[in-house]
Design a protein around this ligand. Structure first.
Ligand SMILES: [Zn+2]
Length: 275
């Protein structure tokens, strides 16, 4: 799933093109993708977008008259692109916005399951829709992170991915951040020392910035990630093969040398034993 670095890089790339011309035609939208029916998409036609904003992993496209906001969540497999006039697009996108002059914003989603979503909302309704989200991961200060961690008995990997706690991080960047912080994915948040809280905060800022920079340059997953999806490859810090463990519904990648003091984490789906 696209996380802060991917969604922010996308936002920056879309910001100019979507505000260049008024909307000519909004839709069609796949019935499972469009989550709202009132106001109708046709309300967008003739309006101009004010650019693109981001909240967590969601993109927001406010109209420049301040009346409407398109909220877009790509989920795991949804992908948004801007097509220049004359550029070939998908035949049946999950959602399309055509601008005067021929540019298009298209959302596609691979696979039969449609999970990505589009909401057309008033600014007030959009705010309510986003209310549950925690502070943005990239701008969270160390003191606020410390306060969040001190109040949470949960394990770090699961905590970092919870959008209500911190918005913008998913399983891939949890893996990258915890590796850089040299912290076990299973470490309980409440048990961190001030030095570990500092390391986690520094790693969060550094990794999200590194990811954003790479994604803005168009780097693929293989070049961007150093731990996530790298089972058996040497850790870039110590050379130990990266290990993997299934935890709840997610797979975690980690370095047993840098992060868990040489211990292998047990599969939580098979065993209640803690490492
Ligand atoms: Zn290592």
């Amino acid at each position: 799933m696209p996380e802060f670095p991917e969604v922010e890089a996308l936002r920056r790339s879309l910001d100019d093109p979507v505000r260049a011309s008024p909307i000519e035609k909004a839709g069609p939208a796949h019935v499972a993708t469009l989550k709202t029916f009132d106001p109708p998409l046709s309300e967008l036609e003739g309006k101009r977008l004010a650019g693109v904003e981001r909240r967590g992993k969601r993109l927001l496209f406010p109209t420049d008259d301040g009346e409407l906001v398109i909220l877009l969540h790509q989920m795991t497999k949804g992908r948004v692109r801007y097509l220049q006039p004359g550029q070939d697009g998908p035949k049946a996108p999950a959602f399309r916005l055509r601008f005067q002059g021929g540019g298009q914003l298209v959302l596609t989603e691979a696979g039969a399951k449609k999970r990505a979503g589009i909401w057309l909302l008033t600014p007030e309704a959009a705010q309510a829709e986003l209310e549950h989200l925690g502070p943005e991961a990239d701008t969270l200060d160390e003191g606020s992170l410390g306060a969040i961690l001190a109040s949470e008995p949960r394990r770090l990997h699961s905590l970092l991915r919870d959008q209500r706690i911190v918005a913008g991080i998913g399983r891939a960047w949890s893996n990258e951040i915890l590796h850089t912080a040299a912290l076990s994915p299973y470490a309980p948040a409440q048990g961190l020392s001030p030095g570990q809280v500092h390391a986690l905060w520094e790693a969060m800022q550094a990794e999200l910035a590194r990811g954003l920079e790479l994604r803005e340059r168009g780097a693929n997953d293989k070049r961007t990630y150093r731990v996530h999806g790298k089972l058996g490859e040497p850790c870039h810090v110590c050379g130990t093969p990266i290990a993997r463990v299934d935890f709840e519904e997610h797979t975690i990648y980690y370095c047993p040398q840098c992060q868990t003091g040489g211990r292998t984490l047990k599969d939580r789906r098979l065993s209640k034993l803690l490492c």
